[in-house]
Structure formats: structure tokens, C-alpha cells
Design a protein around this ligand. Structure first.
Ligand code: DHB
Ligand code: FE
Length: 284
């Protein structure tokens, strides 16, 4: 049977992608950001997944106000990096895993979650920047990726609780897939940031670090945090953090297994307008 072996959490700042693509990652401003992922790149080589289930948000790129799916699973064979206004990022195309994606869609919908099934979709920085941070600049991404897009852009957005419960359902879905695949689940976006209005530039280190602590030790309690707390404390775009609860809900301890091992933890400010947070949790 397939199995979730680890979860990875990371911010997805678009300027990080641009820094890499334009050869600026060694500059003094960016160097400390990328240094935080040196461990992670080696870890991914040492712990290679067969498939990455990548929870992220689309930023009005593939979707728009014309169509707003709350949860959308990419079931296609491949996904092209999107043109977000400056041309597509010069990164490899994303190879999907239609068979596992279709199985997860079947299982999760039968567990009473409504998913939108997407057979054609370009993927924006929300998906490609986490891959770049974890993999560097390879000719091809190391394995197939199932994109899972969550609406955190246009209200109403799903609650932390719903995201956490969905993670549990995804775990059951993966564990009922009849092939011995090693699956990692990644939760991306966040941490604190606000890109608009009078509070633009807001960063809250205390909130972010408390979020990381609670995500590790008390995800059940964290799932009860209401939207308004994210918006007040972590800024309007800090709401992206609810996506981390999907990945956390898929970990073994939530289903009665042992607590995960914290393989890596990193926090840095600033990167563009955003605090960068990153965690790797391993199932034992
Ligand atoms: C920034 C952060 C984001 O999450 C995003 O989607 C766009 C921009 C930023 O920090 O500039
Ligand atoms: Fe974002």
C-alpha cells in the first residue's frame, strides 16, 4: 500500500523564484533565505519520495473570480508553469500522477469532501517556488507531483478545521492505494504577510513561531484557530497558513500513531514582503 512518509511546510514568496531564475541567490539579501534550505535539499535527496502531494494556492492564475473552487485536485499527466505576467518561470514542467490523483479524488469525495477535478491547469509560484526551494534548479523535478489547490484568495475560504479534517481524509485515501508508493505531503504558503492596505508589510515573528510550535505539538488545537486571528495577527495573506493544516492532518500521530520527528525547522525575515517559515516532519 502507499504511505505518507513525511510532510514539508514552506512559504512560497514569488521573489524567491525570481532570485533563483535571475541568478541572484548568492546576493547578501537572499543568501540567508537559501541557506535555510541547504539541509532540506540534501534531506530530499536522502529521502526521495515517489510522489509529492503538493497543497498550495493559485493566485488568480489558473482560476479567477469567474470560477473559485475551494479544493481542486490536479489529475492531469502534466502541468505547465504559468505566465504570471513576466513569462513562465524557466523551470521544468510538472509531471502529475493521474492514477494516484484519481484514486485520492474518489476516496476523498466518498469521505464527504467536495473536490473539483482539474484535468488541465497551469501552476503558478504557489507550486513552483516550493519545488525550487526544496530541489534547486534541476533539469527535471525529482518525481511526479499532484497539485492540490486551495482557495485562500477570495472569501469565503475554508476553515483551519476543515483543512485539518481533509488532511485526515487524504491520509486514508493514500493508504488505500494499492501500490507501494512513498508519498510526501507538502503544505505551502504563509507565513505572516500582508500585501495591501494600510497594514501592508506586516510581519509577526511571535505569531509565526507560536504557529510553528503548535503545528508540531498540538495541531488539533491549532485547527480551532478562527480566520479572524490569522488576519489580525498574521495579515491578510497570512490566511495562506490554513493550508499547512492539510499536510499536518495527514501525519500518522493524528491517526493514533507516534509523534513525528522534527527533521528541520527554519524561520527568516524578510523575503520580499513575507516571513519565510519552513518545517520538515518525518513519520516514524
Ligand atoms: C508575496 C507573497 C506571496 O505569498 C504572494 O503570493 C505574492 C507576493 C510577497 O511577499 O511579495
Ligand atoms: Fe501567496
Amino acid at each position: 500500500m502507499a504511505k505518507i512518509t513525511a510532510s514539508v511546510y514552506t512559504s512560497h514568496v514569488p521573489a524567491i523564484g525570481a532570485a533563483l531564475d535571475l541568478g541572484k541567490s548568492g546576493e547578501p539579501y537572499w543568501q540567508p533565505v537559501f541557506k535555510g534550505y541547504d539541509y532540506s535539499k540534501q534531506w530530499l535527496k536522502d529521502n526521495p519520495p515517489d510522489v509529492i502531494f503538493l497543497v498550495y494556492n493559485d493566485h488568480a492564475t489558473a482560476f479567477s473570480l469567474e470560477m473559485i473552487p475551494t479544493f481542486a485536485i490536479g489529475t492531469a499527466a502534466e502541468f505547465t508553469p504559468a505566465d504570471e505576467g513576466w513569462g513562465p518561470r524557466p523551470v521544468p514542467k510538472v509531471i502529475g500522477h493521474p492514477e494516484l490523483a484519481a484514486h485520492i479524488a474518489q476516496s476523498v469525495i466518498q469521505q464527504d469532501f467536495d473536490l473539483t477535478i482539474v484535468n488541465k491547469m497551469d501552476v503558478d509560484h504557489g507550486l513552483t517556488v516550493p519545488l525550487s526551494l526544496m530541489c534547486g534548479q534541476p533539469q527535471a523535478w525529482p518525481c511526479p507531483v499532484i497539485p492540490f489547490a486551495v482557495n485562500v484568495v477570495q472569501y469565503p475560504v475554508p476553515s483551519g478545521r476543515r483543512c485539518f479534517e481533509l488532511g485526515k481524509a487524504i491520509r486514508k485515501a493514500v493508504e488505500s492505494f494499492d501500490k507501494p508508493l512513498n508519498v510526501q505531503i507538502w503544505g505551502t504558503g504563509g507565513m505572516s504577510h500582508q500585501l495591501q492596505g494600510p497594514r501592508a508589510g506586516l510581519i509577526n515573528r511571535e505569531f509565526d513561531n507560536a504557529f510553528l510550535d503548535q503545528l508540531i505539538a498540538d495541531p488539533e488545537g491549532l485547527a480551532s484557530k478562527p480566520h479572524i486571528d490569522y488576519v489580525r495577527e498574521a495579515g491578510s495573506e497570512g490566511i495562506e497558513l490554513v493550508m499547512w493544516l492539510i499536510a499536518r492532518g495527514a501525519m500518522a500521530d493524528v491517526a493514533g500513531g507516534p509523534a513525528p520527528k522534527v527533521a528541520h525547522r527554519f524561520y527568516h525575515v524578510p523575503a520580499s514582503n513575507t516571513a519565510v517559515g519552513h518545517l520538515i516532519l518525518e513519520n516514524k
